[in-house]
Design a binder for this molecule. Structure first.
Ligand code: SF4
Length: 210
């Protein structure tokens, strides 16, 4: 996709939804970090169900430590990989208290040192909590980037690098959510709904549905 097309692509998505938002529920930056860690290989809906009562009683890393591993597991047991995720959440809560005065760090380097936080999770938190123009390439963004030729690549890192280079600065802040929502509801994995896709005039995907 050339520069003009990329501009058109994001202008259309911006017009449709000027301030897109993610669908994970949280109450502050700390609970956002926890929700994003829990959402790895799980749906936002599933995570929201599990955190509904958890985030009524937990607002800070200290609250989480006081809740304890056993009770945390009871809250999140409907989420895949909950045992490991619970251990990571308790570990990262300790680290936030010990190394960051209970706050959430604002750099990728510091975030990825926390238990359960990889590059993708860090990018999501930097974007959602701190408004940084990061792109976290998940399965939806990977698929759309390749289908539309916005950024082709064999792995998420390759696609992330290309997206960071190609997306114009003015669209970077919201690009992450525009692409995720497009992938979740329209450009679906099995059968994309091209006829109702807002960018179907620009998209060069050869297997577009009629
Ligand atoms: S036109 Fe079809 S393939 Fe292209 S982005 Fe839209 S839904 Fe996906």
């Amino acid at each position: 996709m050339n520069k003009d097309k990329i501009n058109q692509f994001f202008s259309i998505l911006q017009k449709e939804n000027p301030t897109p938002e993610g669908e994970l529920n949280y109450t502050n930056t700390y609970t956002m970090l926890v929700a994003v860690v829990l959402s790895a290989q799980a749906t936002d809906v599933g995570v929201n169900k599990a955190t509904k009562t958890l985030f009524e009683i937990v607002e800070t890393p200290q609250d989480m430590i006081e809740l304890g591993l056993k009770r945390l597991k009871t809250h999140i047991k409907t989420i895949g990989l909950y045992n490991t995720k619970a251990i990571n959440v308790i570990k990262l809560s300790h680290a936030l208290i010990e190394d960051h005065n209970g706050g959430v760090p604002e750099t990728r380097e510091e975030l990825v040192k926390l238990a359960g936080v990889g590059r993708k999770t860090a990018n999501v938190v930097l974007n959602m909590a701190f408004g940084q123009p990061t792109i976290a390439v998940d399965t939806h963004i990977f698929r759309i980037s390749n289908r539309t030729k916005l950024a082709t690549g064999k792995n998420v890192t390759e696609v992330e690098r290309k997206l960071e280079k190609r997306i114009p600065d003015e669209f970077k802040r919201h690009a992450h959510h525009w692409l995720i929502l497009l992938g979740r509801y329209i450009c679906k994995a099995r059968k994309p709904e091209c006829p109702r896709c807002p960018v179907n005039q620009i998209c060069p995907y050869k297997d577009k549905t009629l």
